[in-house]
Design a protein around this ligand. Structure first.
Ligand code: ZN
Length: 620
């Protein structure tokens, strides 16, 4: 418990002035707690000023800010905490990414700020503890707890009026294993206060990161828009509009001489000074105008900063130096620009699942559609068992997911694959993924085991293909290699074994194009369905990867959930029927067409037509 010094009393009673004005009147920055020195000037951070207004707007309950690093937001939080301590003493919490950050913020930012304002004094008793101290208690009822994401569960049932969460995209916030996200858990702590306030900040990571998701569910999102020096057009700042000569090979001198910002409307180039002037005149504007906002989002860009980090040339250097290094590039996009990395091409995860669900057919589990042409099974060998997918193809390449499951033994797999031995419809092709790693403690790797199983079972009436995903770009979608003559151990394979390389990325593209097509029109060829009783995990696994576009324009599939087995199996099924794999279902199509013609051909007696006279014979 800290004593309230006499200076504190002089600040009472609360002044009826805006929060930002109160800060400018009372807060002096010094070298201990800030990079800037002298009276705090909110006008130095024009893009942040609205956050002070939202802080005191009683209608607003939650504020989410997606931001670049180092634009003065930590100092803003310190401002607000100081204001609370004096003007509305109440329980307050600040959550940071991790314990180390919490200790540093407490030691170098909050503690000095409280001392400078005379709210707490040094005493030898707490000096020794201050580095590990994460609380400030004042006698007027103010209480501050500085904590970190992973310790949320340890904060028990403490109630807070205002909570600030910084860097919510950091993994610390994932540590809470309890139901609901850690942010929901934090949110619950404010239920006792009707006038509570929740601030959530973070530099983004990827576009499925927590802060980006939080931003999307806000009532509206604000952008900081600045007026063009030439035409007056108000626009949010973006690195896309930053221009300079020399591209990726520009020299420092070249950048400094030629850099500028190109107006989105008139195309004229602003100088660095003109950008700064524009930022000083900028105003936050909502993307959608709405009444009675309770949750507001705010997207900030480093270019909206007047600090050195927001300079055009600084940003260009960072951008150029990150080229060719994915991690560096992500860091620049996240921390410098304040934007999430790699915008998605495919749908958002939750939407994707809904899309796949719209491909449910009315056919129940295990039921074959009438007139199906070929039955295909794909198997993914895991350390402890097998995932499999059974799919039926129609002559027009429309296909139906028939059944799927996880099995533990080869015997169970054989029951599925060689079902014709039990009088069930025969499977045409089997695709088995042989890419599995070594089983712990097992004498042979699962790859060897799988090869052996294929060799032992290749004469039982089902065409078995040993498959593996191509780790490099193939010229075609499927490549049938020359037969392997040896097991991975070196032991010879009798008769050899052909490995089929599958370009999994292009089959993922193909799968999604079929899903898209099916949603639009279920009657067209190449439609793709799952059975009517498909369990949830199938949808989750099919959507376990999403396609993203890199900043350089290339695209890649990125795994977003741990289990993607069903996605791989669906790709293998499509590969089984693909024309590139020994003609795919084409020979079956031809055969079916011939059979149909035979059936539809009229009986010979009806075929008899009056014989035409031979024009040559007629002459005689
Ligand atoms: Zn303009």
């Amino acid at each position: 418990m800290y004593l309230i010094p006499s200076e504190f009393q002089s600040l009472q009673p609360p002044e009826q002035i805006p929060v930002w004005e109160w800060i400018e009147k009372h807060r002096v920055l010094n070298r201990r707690s800030s990079s800037e020195i002298g009276p705090k000037r909110v006008s130095r951070t024009p893009a942040l000023k609205i956050l002070y207004d939202w802080f005191e707007d009683s209608k607003i309950r939650k504020v989410v800010v997606q931001k670049p690093a180092q634009i003065g937001l930590t100092d803003l939080v310190v401002d607000l905490i100081l204001w609370i301590a004096v003007n509305d003493p109440s329980p307050t919490a600040l959550f940071l990414a991790d314990q180390d950050t919490a200790r540093k913020i407490m030691k170098f930012r909050i503690d000095p700020a409280f001392r400078e304002m005379g709210l707490i004094k040094h005493s030898s008793a707490n000096k020794s503890q201050e580095a590990t101290k994460f609380e400030i208690t004042l006698r007027n009822g103010f209480y501050l707890m500085v904590s970190w994401g992973s310790s949320i569960s340890q904060t028990g049932s403490m109630a807070f009026k205002r909570i600030f969460c910084d860097e919510v995209n950091k993994p610390g916030y994932d540590a809470t294993k309890t139901e609901g996200g850690s942010l929901d858990r934090i949110d619950e702590r404010m239920e006792t206060f009707s006038d509570s306030k929740f601030f959530v900040f973070s530099t983004p990571t990827i576009d499925t990161g927590r802060v980006t998701k939080e931003l999307e569910i806000c009532d509206t999102i604000y952008d900081f828009k600045v007026p063009c020096h030439f035409c007056g057009e108000k626009q949010p700042l973006s690195f896309r509009q930053v221009i300079w000569d020399g591209g990726g090979k520009a020299t420092r001198e070249q950048i400094e001489k030629t850099c500028g910002y190109k107006c989105v409307k008139c195309g004229k180039k602003w100088s660095e000074e003109q950008r700064k002037n524009a930022v000083s005149e900028g105003v936050p504007e909502p993307r959608e105008k709405k009444e009675n906002l309770a949750n507001v989002g705010y997207q900030l860009h480093r270019l909206a900063s007047l600090f050195k980090g927001g300079n055009l040339s600084t940003m260009i250097y960072k951008w150029i130096h990150a080229q060719g290094d994915q991690l560096k590039l992500q860091n620049v996009i996240n921390s410098t620009f304040g934007e999430p990395y790699i915008p998605r091409i495919s749908a958002k995860p939750d939407e994707a699942i809904l899309q796949v669900k719209r491909c449910k057919s009315e056919i129940g589990l295990g039921i074959l559609p009438p007139d199906y042409l070929a039955l295909v099974v794909s198997v993914d060998v895991q350390q402890v068992g097998f995932w499999y997918r059974l799919r039926a193809f129609m002559p027009d390449l429309t296909s139906f997911g028939i059944e799927e499951d996880f099995l533990s033994t080869w015997e169970e797999i054989e029951e599925i694959v060689f079902r014709h031995e039990n009088g069930l419809p025969k499977i045409w092709r089997m695709m088995i993924d042989t890419g599995g790693g070594k089983e712990e403690g097992a004498k042979i790797s699962r790859t060897t085991e799988t090869y052996q199983w294929i060799i032992d079972n290749r004469c039982r009436g089902v065409r078995i293909f040993a498959c593996k995903g191509a780790s490099h770009q193939l010229p075609s979608n499927i490549k049938v290699g020359t037969p392997l003559e040896k097991f991975p151990s070196g032991k010879p394979i009798p008769g050899g074994l052909q490995i089929v390389q599958i370009n999994t990325d292009s089959f993922k593209d193909e799968l999604w194009s079929r899903i898209d097509k099916t949603i639009k029109d279920k009657t067209l060829p190449r439609s793709w369905f799952v059975h009517g009783e498909t369990p949830e995990y199938v949808f989750d696994q099919i959507c376990a990867e999403e396609k993203r576009r890199n900043k350089d324009g290339s695209a890649e599939w990125v795994q977003i959930r741990p289990d993607n087995h069903m996605l791989d199996l669906e790709c293998l099924c499509l590969a089984a029927a693909d024309f590139e794999l020994f003609g795919g279902i084409r020979p079956l199509q031809v055969q079916r067409a011939q059979e149909k013609r035979k059936i539809s051909r009229p009986a010979p007696s009806q075929e008899v037509k009056p014989r035409q006279e031979n024009p040559i014979l007629r002459r005689y």
